[in-house]
Design a protein around this ligand. Structure first.
Ligand SMILES: NC(=O)c1ccc[n+]([C@@H]2O[C@H](COP(=O)([O-])OP(=O)(O)OC[C@H]3O[C@@H](n4cnc5c(N)ncnc54)[C@H](O)[C@@H]3O)[C@@H](O)[C@H]2O)c1
Ligand SMILES: [Zn+2]
Length: 349
């Protein structure tokens, strides 16, 4: 049985359909003409599911596609197929596809209606949820964008069967993040059922994804435009972004290391018990996520530098998400040297 979450934000109302089948799509479209945006991988695997539904615009897969150039080329393709204000745009793919689709649909002809069918676990629990859409500019992530809710997000777990293991684990990294900042129950469920989760047991996935989506929508509804509360969702991310720039590691791996760093810092500041930090490390390991890494001396500065830049933005102190316990996060102001020390502790040289 599918579950429905009705998210009602300042920027619109969105139905999130969890464990719904793609075959039910037409029930949510109300007979509109649709244009699908997807990427080449998803198209190769699933085109038989959606070509009968409407015109398909196929993007090259990968983060490099998230540019204004791609957006412009999609606008032109929409003109070519005579899209008008009544056209519905459907993004079927991972977070790259949903971020671009939401931005294109929100801006073409000052806004068309749109929806998402997220096909990666990360997009199902994170990228497609919350209404942020946009593209990168000159290597700066998500610099150009809008906050605007899709009409619906249809989450069908059967897409995950073809997802490479690394991509799957990216999604679990964000799920563990949500559990660590707000839900001890979800954290305990993940501890008990990691193997079943990695095997994509449908009933378990429904529970996990439902809970994670509820956590994200609850935080977003407190702070849709990202003024404060939403910062908690950045748990592990300050350091993750720095790591991703210096090393060829996935976002999920970087977030895992970022969470370890934040947990260690929380222990150092006597906010979190060491036993809790240890549980976080063990859970990440169960999901095949890294908990330490070798850092070459020359790259150390490249990791510290973005954190230093962060400091410049907000004076002497850095806003950092720390934990009081598993399930409770708090945004704290830290000095640059405290963060730098924690980076050195985590990195084996
Ligand atoms: N808007 C937000 O709030 C938000 C939040 C988190 C992340 N994001 C963005 O999301 C993006 C990352 O999303 P992602 O991790 O889904 O990456 P992605 O969209 O690049 O997808 C990862 C890879 O999996 C492939 N793929 C997708 N579905 C598949 C399937 N079912 N089977 C096999 N392969 C499949 C894709 O072609 C791609 O190669 C980033 O650009 C990030 O900035 C946005
Ligand atoms: Zn993330």
């Amino acid at each position: 049985m599918s579950q429905k979450i009705d998210f009602c934000g300042e920027t619109g109302r969105c139905q999130i359909l969890i464990d719904e089948s793609m075959s039910q799509l037409s029930a949510y479209l109300a007979g509109q003409e649709i244009i699908i945006i997807t990427d080449d991988n998803v198209n190769r695997l699933y085109s038989q599911l959606f070509t009968p539904a409407g015109d398909v615009i196929i993007l090259q897969s990968g983060e490099g596609t998230k540019t204004l150039l791609t957006v412009e080329s999609i606008y032109r393709q929409l003109l070519r197929v005579s899209a008008d204000r009544s056209t519905f745009i459907l993004g079927i793919g991972g977070g790259v596809v949903s971020d671009i689709t939401g931005f294109v649909a929100s801006t073409f002809m000052r806004g068309l209606r749109f929806g998402f069918v997220p096909t990666t676990l990360l997009a199902q629990v994170d990228a497609a949820i919350g209404g942020k859409n946009g593209v990168n500019l000159d290597g700066y992530k998500n610099m150009i964008g809008v906050v605007n809710q899709p009409d619906f997000v249809l989450i069908d777990f059967s897409f995950l069967k073809t997802l490479p293991a690394k991509e799957l684990v990216n999604g679990f990294s964000e799920i563990i993040k949500c559990a660590a900042i707000t839900s001890r129950d979800l954290f305990e469920l993940l501890e008990k059922e990691s193997e079943r989760a990695l095997r994509l047991d449908n009933d378990l996935l429904r529970r996990i994804v439902d809970e994670t989506v509820r956590i994200k929508t609850a935080i977003v509804s407190l702070d849709e435009k990202d003024m404060g509360q939403r910062k908690k969702l950045n748990f592990g991310h300050t350091f993750a972004h720095a790591l991703e720039k210096a090393y060829r590691i996935t976002h999920g791996e970087a977030v895992s290391l970022g969470m370890i760093l934040a947990a260690n810092l929380s222990v150092k500041k006597n906010m979190l018990a060491e036993a809790e930090a240890s549980r976080i490390r063990k859970l990440l390991q169960k999901f095949n996520l890294p908990i330490s890494m070798k850092v070459d001396c020359d790259k150390r500065d490249r990791i510290v530098e973005p954190v230093r830049q962060d400091k410049k933005k907000s004076g002497q102190m850095i806003d950092f998400v720390l934990l009081k316990s598993i399930g409770e996060a708090s945004v704290e102001r830290l000095s640059f040297s405290e963060v730098e020390e924690a980076i050195d502790d985590l990195c084996e040289s």
